[in-house]
Design a protein around this ligand. Sequence first.
Ligand code: SF4
Length: 179
Amino acid sequence: MLVKKIEIVQIMPCIADAAKIRVIAKADGELGEVLPYLDKLIPTALHSERGGFITYKRGLSIITLHASGEIAMTQIRDNDEAMKILNEIKGKINDAWERRAEIDLSEVKERIQLSPLDLYTYLPKTNCGKCGEKTCMAFAIKVLNEGKKLSDCTVLTEDKYRGAWDTLVSLLESARYEV
Ligand code: SF4
């Protein structure tokens, strides 16, 4: 068994939905070696080798597993749901590790198609115009068309948007955008 325990280390409000929480957890070991196998077993997963993480959608939540063992989850209802999903993740990690000899890593996944809404969900939604666009939605479209960089939204550098920034970077890097 690669991972015996995953513990919650931080709970914050979720930028995407104020009624929900963003959860940071930590596995009791590094995940770098298992990430490529996990990527193959989770159909919606996207693996960023450069970033050292995989990201996947589970309902409305975005779940990111880092090589360091850190796990970030957005749009979680409460502590009970967080624990349930973390148990599920532990099962997936250990399953992928036990089955690694039979998993073909040579198969290349297609580039994911992100929608503007995928990005907009994690943008500040203030329509402040500092990025040169009139609305956050227009900015999301420009980023996907590679006409703007995520860093053009300077509002995202504020401390309260750190989690949103991390999630947006995960989404974009996994979809093979330059961030
Ligand atoms: S700078 Fe950021 S918050 Fe302001 S409009 Fe652009 S994307 Fe939205």
